[in-house]
Design a protein around this ligand. Structure first.
Ligand code: HEM
Length: 426
């Protein structure tokens, strides 16, 4: 696209923002949504059958002994549909308090996530949102709403596939947003494949990025959280497809809506957020692992270019540097900048945490020698300006009541929050 510098990227974005119209789906358009769902549904019927006959039965999920059970009021659930679902079946502790080993095992078993990808996600999450001594964290809010995956600007961040931005949602960055999923369904229906594939999810990303840039004055878009978020757009087809995406698997409405807990209400035309579940019609996990390298390729070369949001890290702001090697090296180097978020402790505590994290990453092949990183030349800080307004140490204004664990069987955000929307149910 010919963007060679951060300045050009900013200029491009300004022009695009001014010319972009982000469509908000109004309740009166519910007839349209129903029609789109019917279109998708008619495609689904044939697609599901063809997958079921082409897959290896050993990839059928859930396996015997793992049964769905909706989370209770004291179980912790948050912004990650993959982990929420695994806890709903007992692949992870049902109370939502999980540790590194359990997550590595469960994400591989349930979805065939590669160990390197799960490690990168888990290590940063433990450093920023969890507890190093026990290698654990909460899937939603931590005790007293401190820590946990709901913590904003650490692993969770703005411009998510189907969650609203922290500031505009008045602290609710973790419930499925009805209007965003309506928009996602529209993008799938407009795509000739009728699927939630990388093209559809790129469209969803572009709409959400334009919306956030236009309306969210506290947008804080920095490397690590953006990796999680960009990856998450690709996770829709890569992990939630019935069968292996790219090898006959289908990212159809039936699979996606069930796994992310979006239940269509014909009367209101909106989506309620219900506990995440594998589709009852039958579902097969991908047959091959999907790891860190592929996730970064999908996130940074397919999703991100659809609407590049400049990152305030000079090295990554230059699209020429947006390659997997640079980003993996940045992940490695970024450990040094993330630890103070969690610890704010003594030098010795920080040093212990850094060496713990580095040894975990090295264990899955992410090390400077393997990657050929030129240490010292790479971005000095993964969370620059942490204390700026909107940064992780100085969060945007929000209501505490909106920051707790997921509450299911309600509908959230029927309309786009162009200004902070503190009453989030509708
Ligand atoms: C290995 C440990 C994992 C951690 C620490 C983790 C963490 C997170 C976090 C913090 C978010 C919020 C990102 C944002 O604000 O945009 C998120 C979102 C997401 N995660 Fe995970 N995740 C993990 C594993 C998985 C797995 C195994 C899957 C799929 C099977 C998955 C699928 C997703 C998706 C699709 C979203 C986006 C949700 C949406 O906004 O629609 N994650 N995850």
């Amino acid at each position: 696209m010919g963007i060679n510098s951060r300045e050009e990227a900013v200029q491009f974005l300004k022009e695009k923002r001014d010319s972009d119209q982000v469509e908000d789906v109004e309740p009166e358009k519910r007839g349209l949504i129903s029609g789109l769902l019917n279109t998708l549904a008619s495609d689904i019927t044939g697609l599901t059958g063809s997958v079921a006959s082409a897959v290896d039965p050993k990839n059928y999920r859930p396996e015997p002994g793992y049964t769905f059970q909706a989370p209770g009021p004291n179980d912790s659930r948050g912004p990650c549909p993959g982990l929420n679902l695994l806890a709903n079946y007992g692949y992870l502790p049902r109370n939502g308090y999980v540790n590194y080993g359990q997550v590595l095992d469960a994400t591989a078993r349930g979805f065939n996530m590669g160990a390197d990808l799960a490690t990168v996600l888990a290590v940063f999450t433990i450093l920023a949102d969890g507890d190093i001594a026990t290698e654990s964290w909460y899937l939603g809010a931590g005790p007293g709403n401190v820590g946990g995956l709901n913590r904003h600007d650490t692993a969770e961040c703005d411009i998510s596939p189907n969650r609203e931005d922290y500031y505009l949602a008045c602290g609710d960055n973790h419930h499925l947003s009805s209007r965003l999923f309506q928009q996602n369904v529209q993008a799938a229906a407009a795509n000739p494949t009728k699927q939630f594939d990388l093209v559809t999810m790129g469209t969803q990303y572009a709409s959400n990025a334009a919306f956030s840039l236009k309306n969210n004055p506290y947008l804080y878009y920095f490397p690590f959280p953006s990796i999680v978020s960009l990856g998450a757009f690709a996770f829709y087809p890569q992990f939630f497809s019935n069968g292996t995406y790219g090898a006959g698997g289908v990212a159809n409405y039936e699979s996606i809506s069930s796994i992310i807990g979006a239940k269509f209400n014909k009367t209101s035309g909106q989506f309620s957020f219900v506990p995440e579940k594998w589709p009852s019609q039958g579902w097969y996990r991908r047959a091959t692992p999907y790891g860190a390298v592929q996730a970064l390729i999908d996130g940074f070369t397919i999703i991100y270019p659809r609407y590049p949001v400049p990152m305030a890290v000079p090295q990554l702001a230059n699209p020429a540097n947006l390659n997997v090697n640079t980003i993996l090296c940045d992940i490695y180097d970024g450990i040094n900048s993330i630890t103070p978020l969690a610890l704010g402790g003594t030098e010795q505590e920080v040093a212990t945490a850094v060496s713990w994290a580095l040894s975990k990453l090295e264990g899955v092949g992410i090390s400077p020698s393997v990657l050929g990183c030129s240490i010292g030349n790479i971005s000095p800080n993964f969370y620059p300006n942490m204390t700026q307004a909107g940064g992780p140490m100085n969060l945007p204004p929000a209501q505490q009541a909106n920051t707790g664990n997921n509450v299911y069987n309600k509908t959230y955000f029927c309309n786009a929050p162009t200004t902070p929307q503190c009453s989030h149910t509708c």
